[in-house]
Design a protein around this ligand. Structure first.
Ligand code: PLP
Length: 387
């Protein structure tokens, strides 16, 4: 959590402990704080404050969208989602729409096939199209603005899971989408709080019932400290983006990738040719007998990395994102994902390179390292991680 977000959370527990729905002054104070937070988020996204519903996070927000549409969809209408959406979109889409849920294909570079949509739309009109702003596994940016435009032309509702975009790229313009989901813990806020932007012109059919909160769109006492802390985190991130911090982050990531490709023969960046977020690197590691060893070795060296597999009911399955991009299961099992943060420095990236090289040598049990690795290690020994 960002220090400022933590501070605001603690303060809010003292200052705004009232229930925002209560009629007394303490409750009204909390309600006013929530209204101010709505104004701020509306300004960042570019939408009416009344369009915002506070939720427990993006999983809830995404579920709420499909719950809303299943009862309002035209009989027999299809819905389209990209094949690389987060499970919190794919599962409710499948649950609510079953065989009426169609997938937009993805290219090997990890971007959805925009041409496919353009070819299909003259013949079919889905009830909604859902496309994430940035993929969470590859960091590849998706053409959500172009798809929003196509939806507008054909009077189709557009749903954007913007969890990975918000706080890392400017939020402005997202408010034009019919539905947008966001989650505080992805940009330095607390866990268990998020939002759904939904147009107040088309009232949301509540998924969680049993109270009048959020204009009847989401029942349950609002998490005032969580919301205020989330907005403080977003203010902080948006200010950093205005100060151009993104450029330096991007350069750090690119230098890391170039070094990795040079020092680990056989490694490959997933979605290398696409525009990608500055904080995510998804890469195929060199082939070795047991890929899980990378995770264990890197963990011991102080790096928590993710793999290209999803663990479901104890069984490792290739990630649906990599499968949609055309990677086979052997290739998917070689994938590691590295995520950096705002605090990540050049020497952190350098230390990760050192750890990867060390893990690689141990895994492949190479007596003699490649000349590139030896040269790199000599330089590292002379100048330290930031050299
Ligand atoms: N959507 C995307 C793209 C995500 O990356 C995540 C979380 O990782 C979610 C949705 C779910 O968000 P939450 O953890 O707030 O439920």
């Amino acid at each position: 959590m960002l220090p400022r977000a933590r501070e605001v959370w603690l303060e809010a527990n003292e200052k705004f402990f009232g229930n925002a729905s209560s009629p007394h002054r303490i409750g009204a104070r909390a309600d006013r704080a929530l209204s101010e937070a709505r104004e701020k988020l509306g300004a960042f996204l570019g939408c009416n404050p009344e369009d915002i519903v506070w939720t427990s996070g993006a999983t809830e927000s995404n579920n709420a969208v499909f719950h809303h549409f299943v009862s309002s969809a035209r009989a027999g209408a299809e819905i389209w989602t990209s094949s690389i959406e987060h499970p919190s979109v794919l599962a409710p889409a499948r649950k609510n729409f079953a065989e009426r849920h169609c997938f937009i294909p993805t290219t090997h570079e990890g971007v959805i096939d925009l041409e496919w949509i353009k070819r299909q739309l003259p013949h079919e009109r889905p009830q909604l199209i859902a496309l994430m702003a940035v993929n969470n596994e590859t960091g590849v940016l998706q053409p959500w603005r172009e798809v929003l435009e196509l939806c507008r032309e054909s009077d189709i509702r557009f749903v954007c899971d913007a969890v990975q975009w918000i706080g890392k790229l400017p939020a402005k313009g997202l408010g034009d989408c019919d539905f947008v989901s966001g989650s505080a813990h992805k940009f330095g806020g607390p866990k268990g709080v998020g939002f759904l932007k939904c147009s107040s012109r088309h009232p949301l059919r509540a998924m969680i019932c049993g109270g009048p909160q959020e204009e009847g769109r989401r029942a349950g006492t609002e998490n005032v400290p969580g919301v205020l802390s989330m907005i403080a985190a977003l203010e902080n991130r948006e200010a950093a983006l205005m100060n151009g911090e993104k450029k330096a982050k991007m350069e750090g990531r690119e230098r890391f990738e170039q070094k990795m490709l040079k020092l680990l023969p056989g490694s490959e960046i997933v979605g290398e040719g696409s525009q990608r977020l500055w904080n995510t690197v998804s890469a195929l590691m060199p082939e070795t007998d047991c890929q899980q060893r990378w995770v264990v070795k890197l963990d011991k060296l102080g790096f928590a990395v993710s793999t290209g597999s999803a663990c479901s009911s104890g069984q490792e399955k290739p990630s649906h994102v990599l499968t949609a991009m055309g990677y086979d299961s052997a290739e998917s099992s070689r994938v590691l994902r590295f995520s950096s943060g705002w605090e990540t420095t050049e020497s952190d990236w350098e230390a990760l390179i050192e750890a990867l090289v060390r893990a690689y040598q141990e895994i492949s049990q190479r007596e003699a390292a490649s000349p590139e690795i030896l040269a790199h290690q000599n330089q590292f020994a002379r100048s330290g991680p930031s050299g």
